[in-house]
Design a protein around this ligand. Structure first.
Ligand code: XLS
Ligand code: CA
Ligand code: CA
Length: 439
């Protein structure tokens, strides 16, 4: 059998003093943190499209990456070689999960029937290797944005034939996801948005998007697919305005259309920052509303305004992310999917290992810090104390709904000399730094 990464043997935990760049310094899968192992907490996943398919193309240049599995001519043979490369990579990296779009794994045929047949053939090979290696599918999804037929959207296209075509593709990918034991299914509305309102019936498009999602829920029930449905918010790119703008927008949409029980969100760090939020903000908002389902673990570049999908290496961000995830009671059945790509200049196969090691160690480090921070209670105690006025007296009555404007007005007339406490932001930031630097 072809070995695609001969320069790398299994990547192991060697501790933070190691000089070996092909070892983990923090990620120790079996290490217990709180009540779970690191592997159970972090549920790492590799993104098929970035790691085994994309070749480094950008607006200014062609593919730059060396991908030995692509050195074939027949598209189906390339697709199969990618599957073998993917499983070799996951084995060597100790990554338990993967995620894919339908079009990542199999080439398009000359018509829909042929495309679905190609997909079935590759899915069968994946199933075989999953059984052999114990690797699992975190989520499947359908690419409803690359082909020109989706130029005006899929479920929100002005053309009903496109809506029908998109439904056929989602139906099929959902069946394959079920067949492979996928734990989630993602809907990222790549072109579900608009370029200009001058040509757009916004109300019909939103109604149609909801109709499409209801049909997906109905079909999942019909075939007994019990994976979690996830919507992945993103404010723009490729469209100027995307309907699933951010967590707050998705929450409003789900509630408007009666879908809130069937969907959670898959939060991508880079999409959060594109929406003008921190990653932590999006995680917090999803968590407190009970819809934090999964995470696309990456980061953007502070100086670039687009979706750069970089590997997550910022330990402040990974710490605050893990802090929210621990407070959420974990992510399962979701996980941390590296929806990230190596830079165009990092073109050698070994760079895929360095990149994933960097991301896995940054999250493992974040987990250790967040766990210690939570055990200390430093932040929670401060926050609880900051809001103590709502646990007795007039605050308690407000919370319990026992008073209205008249009672509050009478109270305020007697209590208009108000004493406030400091927010202590800098002290709290110093505490966070201390914990990050100590691990
Ligand atoms: C693109 C999205 C996409 C989804 C899956 O920006 O991140 O890759 O995660 O379709
Ligand atoms: Ca993503
Ligand atoms: Ca992205």
């Amino acid at each position: 059998m072809t070995v695609y990464f001969p320069e790398v043997s299994k990547v192991l935990y060697e501790g933070k003093k190691t000089d070996n760049p092909l070892a983990f310094r923090y990620y120790d899968p079996q290490r217990v943190v709180g009540e779970k192992t690191m592997e159970e907490h972090l549920r790492f996943s590799v993104a098929y499209w970035h790691t085994f398919v994309a070749g480094g193309k950008d607006m200014f240049g062609s593919d730059s990456a060396q991908r030995p599995w692509d050195n074939l001519t027949d598209p189906m043979e390339i697709a199969k070689a990618r599957v073998y490369a993917a499983f070799e990579f996951m084995e060597k990296m100790q990554i338990p999960y993967f995620c894919f779009h339908d079009v990542d794994v199999a080439p398009e045929g000359s018509n829909l029937k042929e495309s679905l047949k190609n997909l079935d053939e590759i899915a069968a090979l994946m199933k075989e290797l999953m059984a052999k290696t114990g690797k699992k599918l975190l989520w499947g999804t359908t690419n409803l944005f690359s082909h020109p037929r989706f130029m005006h959207g899929a479920a929100t296209s002005p053309n009903a034939d496109v809506f029908a075509y998109a439904a056929a593709r989602v139906k099929h990918t959902m069946e394959i996801t079920k067949e492979l034991g996928g734990e989630n299914y993602v809907f990222w509305g790549g072109r579900e948005g608009y370029e200009t309102l001058l040509n757009t019936d916004l109300k019909l498009e939103l109604d149609n998007l909801a109709r499409f999602l209801h049909m997906a829920v109905d079909y999942a029930k019909k075939i007994g697919f019990t994976g979690q449905f996830l919507i992945e918010p993103k404010p723009k790119e490729p469209t100027k305005h995307q309907y699933d703008y951010d967590v707050a927008t998705v929450l409003g949409f789900l509630r408007t259309y009666g879908l809130e029980k069937d969907f959670k969100v898959n939060i991508e760090a880079n999409h959060a920052t594109l929406a003008g939020h921190t990653f932590q903000h999006e995680l917090r908002l999803a968590r407190v509303n009970g819809i934090l389902g999964s995470v696309d673990a990456n980061q953007g570049d502070e100086l670039l305004g687009w979706d750069t999908d970089q590997f997550p290496t910022n330990v402040y961000t990974t710490t605050l992310a893990m802090y929210e995830i621990l407070l959420n009671g974990g992510l399962a059945p979701g996980g941390l999917n590296f929806d990230a790509k190596v830079r165009r200049g990092s073109f050698e196969p070994v760079d895929l290992f360095y990149a994933h090691i960097a991301g896995m160690d940054a999250f493992a480090h974040g987990l250790l810090v967040a766990d210690r921070l939570l055990t200390s209670g430093a932040l929670e105690e401060f926050v609880a104390d900051r809001y103590r006025s709502y646990r007795s007296g007039i605050g308690e009555q407000i919370v319990q709904g026992k008073v209205g404007f008249e009672e509050l007005s009478a109270y305020a007339l007697e209590h208009d000399q108000i004493t406030l406490g400091s927010g202590r932001q800098e002290l709290l930031e110093a505490i966070l730094n201390r914990y990050i630097l100590e691990v």
